[in-house]
Design a protein around this ligand. Sequence first.
Ligand code: HEC
Length: 118
Amino acid sequence: MVARCLSVLLCVLGAGLALTAAAQQTGVDLAKARNCLSCHQVDKKVVGPAFTVIAQRFAGSEAAADYLAQAIRDGGRGRWGPVPMPAQPQVSPADAKLLAAWILSLAEPTTAEPQAKE
Ligand code: HEC
């Protein structure tokens, strides 16, 4: 009972943040299930750029979520290096949006103080 109250409280507190810890886990699971992690890792370059680095490049851009959702399904080349990303037609538009939102959430500072915005 106490644990349940506590988790509800934490959820309420977390609602102000972009994504809760549970949503972070969902993002990783989805990326795993859609085979993204065979080329990407969250914080390390493999075949493709690290998701945290992608998130930093697009941080603060309002159109980024839509753009990245499209980029995930279409693939592309020449934005990060010589290696192209193949199109991912098995990813539904809805899943692509979730993945894009999750990737963008990785740019949020977790320990550092938020930077002052102009
Ligand atoms: C076969 C390897 C491969 C797979 C599988 C793959 N990617 Fe990529 N991804 C890449 C490479 C390589 C790039 C860099 C392409 C470039 O330079 O334009 C990239 C780029 C990206 C970008 C940045 C796009 C941009 O416009 O800057 C995102 C976001 C991304 N991938 C997400 C995903 C997601 C989500 C999945 C799973 C559905 C996925 N990728 C699956 C190799 C892959």
